[in-house]
Design a protein around this ligand. Structure first.
Ligand SMILES: [Fe+2]
Ligand SMILES: [Fe+2]
Length: 377
């Protein structure tokens, strides 16, 4: 556990931003090298995450959600099998709650004393085992019962409210070995599964999962190489200035947090423009690049609207290229929707596009926003 240097909130050590005040805990956007490795299939991870988050808002069918998670894990990790195991009431065995592959699995119990999954549960540690038959922790019992040959395993514990709920695993990477990046993806999905499974989560767990989900979505929209004249890492760059500007304007912590999230997700529409069917949006796929670009705020707004945790960000996303002097786009939205909070996101977006403070036209922004921005940047 660490503490946020700005508001002293206790935060988990892997947080990038303080969930209370939005302060960047790394002091900077992720380094391009790590962003790039994480980005590999992050656009796909983001869409799967997005779909599950959408489902989460509209359905309470636990089994359906868990099997969706299992399927997403399997395809993202290029694994042959995947499973979500729960801890039984005795606390001594795991049982399969969702699993792809043989039906017999659903009847099996896995004692915590045996096997890799048991080890993960007992030690509450993630693990990658790329040669299980040469690992003394591995138990071939399940293979014997199912007739399936396990060649590689990756698993993470699912923990909610400090309690172990179970283990999420993927088996047999189709090509090569499981990697650290696979582990990051699995961890994100296991966190989401934990939220789905228990409704009695502590605030910390919810925020941790929310922060993971935000990271996935931002990485996905950045991975697509947004056709804006902005560098990679630009959403993180924008978010970095929010607390300072917000504080200058005397905004509440809650408000700053909302603007911060909006800055991180403002370009999420690019993910939807590239994958309209997957995110459930109907657009003409033959649109010119310019028209696709002009649609990204509206599509982004539609995407977050369908997710309970994110829908309040819609006006920020829709209006992030719209200005008070009537310029910008989408032209058909009234400039009256541009509140001072929204103005913070749009001035930062504009600044990162022109990359020169002197090129900013004050008429586009409210005087107090322009002043606060000029004092900070
Ligand atoms: Fe944009
Ligand atoms: Fe942008």
């Amino acid at each position: 556990m660490d503490t946020c240097p700005k508001c002293s909130k206790v935060v988990l050590s892997d947080y990038k931003f303080c969930p209370k005040c939005g302060f960047s805990l790394t002091g900077q956007p992720p380094k391009s090298s790590s962003a790039k490795t994480a980005v590999g299939n992050s656009a796909t991870s983001s869409i799967s995450f997005f779909n599950i988050a959408q489902e989460l808002s509209s359905s309470s069918n636990l089994d359906k959600l868990l099997s969706k998670i299992s399927n997403a894990v399997e395809s993202l990790l290029d694994a042959d099998r995947s499973s979500v195991m729960f801890l039984d009431e005795s606390g001594e065995n795991l049982y399969f709650k969702a699993a792809t592959g043989e039906d017999i699995l659903k009847k099996l119990k896995v004692p915590l004393e045996k096997g890799i999954a048991g080890w993960i549960a007992k030690n509450r540690k993630s693990e990658i085992v790329n040669d299980p038959y040469n690992d003394e922790r591995f138990s071939p019992k399940t293979d014997k019962k199912t007739g399936y040959l396990t060649k590689s395993i990756i698993g993470v514990p699912m923990i909610a409210d400090k309690k172990l709920i179970g283990v999420a695993e993927a088996i047999n990477k189709k090509n090569g070995e499981f990697t650290k990046q696979d582990l990051d993806t699995l961890t994100g999905f296991a966190g989401l599964a934990a939220v789905i499974i228990t409704s009695t989560l502590s605030q910390t767990d919810q925020k941790n999962t929310f922060s993971n989900m935000m990271d996935f979505l931002v990485m996905g929209s950045e991975a697509l190489g947004a056709p804006e004249p902005t560098p990679k890492g630009h959403s993180w760059n924008m978010a970095r200035h929010i607390s300072q500007i917000g504080e200058k304007l005397g905004l509440s912590g809650k408000s700053i947090q909302k603007i911060h999230r909006s800055a991180l997700l403002h370009d999420i529409g690019f993910l939807g423009v590239e994958n309209p069917k997957l995110v459930g949006i109907n657009i003409d796929i033959d649109l010119t690049p310019e028209n696709r670009y002009r649609l990204h705020p509206l599509i982004g707004g539609e995407m977050v609207k369908s997710i309970k945790m994110l829908k309040e960000l819609k006006p920020f996303i829709v209006a992030h290229h719209r200005y008070r002097d009537g310029s910008g786009f989408p032209e058909n939205i009234s400039v009256d929707i541009i509140t001072p909070e929204i103005g913070i996101v749009s001035i930062l977006e504009y600044y990162y596009m022109v990359k020169d403070k002197d090129k900013l036209d004050p008429a586009k922004f409210s005087p107090q926003i322009f002043k606060a921005f000029s004092e900070i940047i």
